[in-house]
Design a protein around this ligand. Structure first.
Ligand SMILES: Cc1cc2nc3c(=O)[nH]c(=O)nc-3n(C[C@H](O)[C@H](O)[C@H](O)COP(=O)(O)O)c2cc1C
Length: 456
């Protein structure tokens, strides 16, 4: 094993028959993949054969990611509620962690804590919660809001929400439940932590009604890259799902998040940073490249133009995709992603809209590697050894073909180089990730919150 130990890997499941937006249109693509739970179960079982730490599912609480014209071409308009999927997968797997996404902006901490604690029990200690605040404006309309909740407020809510959830999960230790038939004592009242929380957004009295699982409490995962997101991750997350395309950016993100941790009394190793990685792998580089090109050519121009419209805040739907990209104004709402589009237009004058959307659609903002097993593993090894990450969330472009390729081609090479496990180390997600349960109880909600939230 390398001196950093084995890398951590997640299998990132996003609907659409694959991570590539054109996957369902590929000759081997399965257009109804995501409404057939058996197929998703089989995918998770294949990931378990590949010894993945976790099967990780994204979420969407709105059908709308663009106008109807674009949505009517988008396979990710069909999406099963993730907790239902995870509970099903739990019954057909034994080792793989089950992590799904839920927003703090439109949920309630008690309900969410109860759901994930339930999954944790049902899976024998393999659950994790991926905290998001919901980036998509349309989500607000599923919950009666005309406009999305403004970002700094979302993060103040998320901060308080995350701490309430953890406070509820920490209601019990393993030995709180005495269940002594002779004395009739079921719960030791001395070993109970009763959260009494009254904050800016939530008022919650513990304890949680669900007892702890074999891993004590679910793993906290977080996906959010802004300054607020990084701070929240440093305070509470045990895994961060990141999105970087270049080594230097990933290294800077990694160093920045880990640097923030000691202020919260946390050890750097108690948080694993795992960026997304799309891969096209085949026995020869030429085949891998041809498979990438094949999917890229299947991108529907309606969707490609809608993706650019979203990023740039300029309606491009009526343009011919083979027209040169027009000059577009700065779009502060689009953040760094909008800036990247303008930078590419400046660098390659005359670039067509089709070339532009293909450039950004291939990996949906995540890392991309195309090549032989050796080349893919070289890439992964470099990121891992040079502290750009603690592992990856692998994004197979086409299900199940490319997950099978991981198992057949990438995994053996990772193992040969001592970068990856040959068997699961433990039974729970925490044991496999090598992350201990946080000390009990760690909840200091007011003190932990950012200054402005404390004053509220
Ligand atoms: C790697 C990554 C994964 C994400 N996954 C989801 C998701 O599954 N569903 C969703 O609605 N938003 C998702 N988001 C978006 C978040 O809801 C939103 O961007 C985040 O909470 C605020 O992010 P920021 O701190 O990057 O601004 C994801 C964001 C990142 C960076």
């Amino acid at each position: 094993m390398t001196k950093r130990g084995p890398m951590k890997l997640g299998m990132f499941y996003w609907p659409g028959g694959g991570q590539h937006m054109a996957a369902w249109r590929h000759p081997q693509g399965i257009p109804d993949f995501d409404v057939d739970v058996q197929r998703i179960v089989d995918l998770a079982k294949l990931a378990e054969r590949g010894l993945f730490d976790m099967f990780f599912m994204a979420d969407a609480l709105s059908f709308w990611r663009g106008p109807l014209e674009a949505m009517s071409h988008d396979a990710a308009g069909a999406w099963i509620e993730p907790m239902t999927v995870m509970a099903t997968v739990a019954q057909h797997t034994q080792h793989i962690g089950l992590v799904c996404t839920a927003t703090t902006t439109f949920d309630q901490p008690y309900l969410l804590a109860r759901r994930y604690a339930g999954l944790d029990l049902a899976s024998g200690g393999r659950a994790g919660w991926n905290l998001i605040t919901s980036g998509n404006d349309a989500t607000a309309q599923s919950f009666g809001h005309a406009e999305h909740v403004e970002k700094s407020k979302r993060y103040r809510m998320a901060w308080e929400f995350a701490h309430v959830v953890r406070g509820l999960w920490q209601s019990w230790r393993g030995d709180t439940f005495v269940r002594d038939k002779a004395s009739g004592l079921f719960i030791d009242p001395e070993k109970l932590f009763v959260l009494e929380h009254a904050g800016e957004f939530y008022k919650v009295r513990g304890p949680l009604i669900v007892p702890p699982s074999a891993q004590g409490e679910p793993v906290m995962v977080q996906a959010g890259a802004s300054d607020e997101g990084r701070e929240l991750a440093a305070a509470t997350a045990e895994v961060v799902f990141a999105a970087q395309q270049h080594l230097e950016n990933a290294q800077a993100f990694y160093a920045d998040v880990k640097r923030r941790m000691p202020a919260y009394g946390r050890d750097r190793d108690s948080l694993k940073i795992m960026p997304g990685l799309t891969y096209f792998v085949a026995e020869s580089r030429e085949q891998a490249q041809a498979e990438f090109d094949e999917l890229q050519d299947l991108i529907d121009p309606v969707m490609g133009l809608a993706m650019l419209t979203n990023r740039m805040g300029v309606d491009l739907s009526k343009f011919n995709p083979d027209d040169p990209a027009p000059v577009m104004p700065e779009n502060p709402r689009g953040g760094s992603r909008a800036q990247l589009v303008n930078e590419l237009i400046a660098k390659r004058p005359g670039i067509t809209l089709r070339e532009l959307y293909k450039h950004f659609a291939g990996a949906r903002g995540h890392g991309l590697v195309i090549g032989t097993p050796k080349e893919v593993v070289d890439h992964m090894e470099q990121w891992f050894e040079e502290e750009a990450c603690d592992g990856f969330n692998m994004m197979p472009p086409l299900y199940p073909r490319d997950l099978q390729r991981f198992v057949d081609l990438i995994m053996p090479e990772l193992q040969r180089r001592g970068l990856y496990r040959r068997a699961y180390e433990g039974k729970t997600l925490r044991e496999n990730l090598g992350i201990a349960r946080p000390a009990w109880p760690t909840v200091r909600i007011k003190q932990d919150m950012p200054k402005e939230a404390q004053q509220a």
